[in-house]
Write a protein of this length. Sequence first.
Length: 266
Amino acid sequence: MSALDWPGFGEISLAGLLFLCLAAALAGAVDAVVGGGGLIQLPALLLIAPGGQPLYALATNKVAAVVGTASAVTTYARRTTIDWWSALPMALAAFSGAVGGAAFAGALAPGVLNGVVLVALVGVGLYTWRKPELGVAETPRFKRVAQIGVMALGGAVIGFYDGLAGPGTGAFLVFLLVGVVGFAFLRASATAKIVNVATNLGALLYFIPAGKVLWGLGLVLAVCNVAGAVFGARLAVRRGSAFVRRVFLTVVVALVVSLGWKAAVG
């Protein structure tokens, strides 16, 4: 099928556009529940290769992701309690970390980073699987000021990683909030969405001046991502922390398989 001659779409075909729209909707739903939508949306963009360069796919993915994630935050805020006084400092620290990570994106060999992330994800998955009570109820582990400090520090580190690479960011944020801070999975997922908005914005600060964002395609995918994100957030709120925990473990396993396959095939 011939390419679409529309500005800002990277000369993709109509079939390619429809495929990307479906991928964006599914990614938005998964991402809103627990993170990991990048496992769906970014590979789809890389497969279609709009603009002919992987960097266009990475940048355009961030446009759709930031809008979809922001819509998930809105849905969570209407249906569950969000502690903005602790979430916003964490998001600000993560934003700064993401900008710094993007600046150092070429400094570390991808193979080394993928190996570190793979080991970390296996550890996170096993720890969560072996503790079925983890994240089912709130179990605060720090006093108020210390909790904000731990969240901000963790947000900065994970934000830096998101700017540097990205796979598994949502899973790491949720695990930090559940396993270290003591949130229930539902509250952790809602807070992680706020932080993800910040990290995506931080990455966009790098991509926009470089002229790598395909705005037409990005905005269309953003609409599809929003539709999926609203559905996913409502499902998470309705089904509760036990459901979010199951999705979390599924996403971690998918990330481990994806990164393991990437490491195996080089």
